[in-house]
Design a protein around this ligand. Structure first.
Ligand SMILES: Nc1ncnc2c1ncn2[C@@H]1O[C@H](COP(=O)(O)OP(=O)(O)OP(=O)(O)O)[C@@H](O)[C@H]1O
Ligand SMILES: Cc1ncc(COP(=O)(O)O)c(N)n1
Length: 262
């Protein structure tokens, strides 16, 4: 138990909803040991992100070096990376690790605050997509990565093709930003493999951290040895159950109640 190790690289959410805190809860639910590399500290609750403070570059890279010098990390995911400098430093380090890398291109919080500077989108495209084994954008993020204005399922498939052309080995576009598409995500890989992954719609406002949880679950299942497709399949079940267990802790959307897998 807990002999498999996964790593999350992202921001701290002081409200305990999203970011590193959500990822560690997810890893724990899957009985995977979770390590964390913090990129930024956010002061955040269920209705706002009050401030964001990035860590110094050396503090960031030192966290990565320290972990990899001792632990046999089986998979990793990235979340909030905020700016060019963090993206550059992270990409440079990650290039040398041949473990599954899931890139969750977090750009804006559920409460509407920017978690990625506008100028950093090019760095995402140039440096992170080419080293991604899977990238998991929502509709807003897919629009920016593919320069499209997605309106329907056909556009989602078109956007996925553009993202693969940027170098990602696979992409999973979360359809929830479109009407009647919550729970429906489109997968495409570099070999032309494609599939709609679908879970039941859960009627809840408490969806803070659903994206972080999905990418962390995929990363966690990969740390346990499942291949990418199996990991996505299992993560969709995990998400549905965790959404059913979601709860409210403040006046805004609450977090998922991470489902304890057996
Ligand atoms: N109400 C819902 N019912 C069922 N599945 C949902 C619901 N909301 C989201 N999902 C699923 O949860 C996962 C995360 O999707 P979502 O669109 O919320 O990501 P996101 O916008 O990146 O989330 P966030 O930025 O809040 O962390 C996807 O697999 C999606 O299909
Ligand atoms: C540190 C951090 N990382 C990610 C999110 C995105 O989650 P959400 O879209 O639910 O606000 C967040 N709010 N904070």
């Amino acid at each position: 138990m807990y002999s498999n190790i996964a790593l999350s690289i992202g921001g701290s959410d002081s409200g305990g909803g999203a970011g590193i805190q959500a990822d560690l809860r997810t890893f724990m639910a899957l009985k995977v040991h979770g390590c964390s590399v913090i990129t930024c500290v956010t002061a955040q609750n269920s209705v706002q992100v009050k401030c964001v403070e990035p860590l110094k570059k050396d503090t960031l890279t030192s966290q990565i070096d320290t972990l990899f010098s001792d632990f046999d990390i089986k998979s990793l995911k990235t979340g909030m990376l905020l700016n060019d400098s963090i993206i550059n430093a992270t990409a440079l380090k990650l290039k040398s690790f041949s473990i599954p890398k899931i890139i969750d291109p977090v750009m804006v919080s559920r409460t509407g605050s920017k978690l990625l500077e506008d100028s950093a989108i090019n760095a995402y495209k140039k440096l992170l997509l080419p080293i991604a084994d899977l990238v998991t954008p929502n509709i807003f993020e897919a629009n920016l990565l593919s320069n499209l204005d997605i309106k329907n399922q056909v556009d989602i498939e078109q956007s996925a093709k553009s993202i693969i052309k940027l170098g990602a080995k696979a992409v999973l576009i979360k359809g929830g930003g479109l009407k009647d598409m919550k729970g429906r995500d489109f997968y495409l890989d570099v070999n032309g493999g494609k599939k709609w992954f679908i879970n039941k719609f859960i009627n809840t406002q408490n969806t803070h951290c659903s994206g972080c949880t999905l990418s962390a679950a995929i990363c966690g299942y990969q740390a346990l040895g499942f291949d990418l497709i199996e990991s996505i399949q299992k993560s969709k079940i995990f998400i549905e159950r965790s959404l059913k267990n979601s709860y409210q802790i403040g006046s805004g959307p609450g977090p998922l109640g991470h489902y304890q897998s057996l």
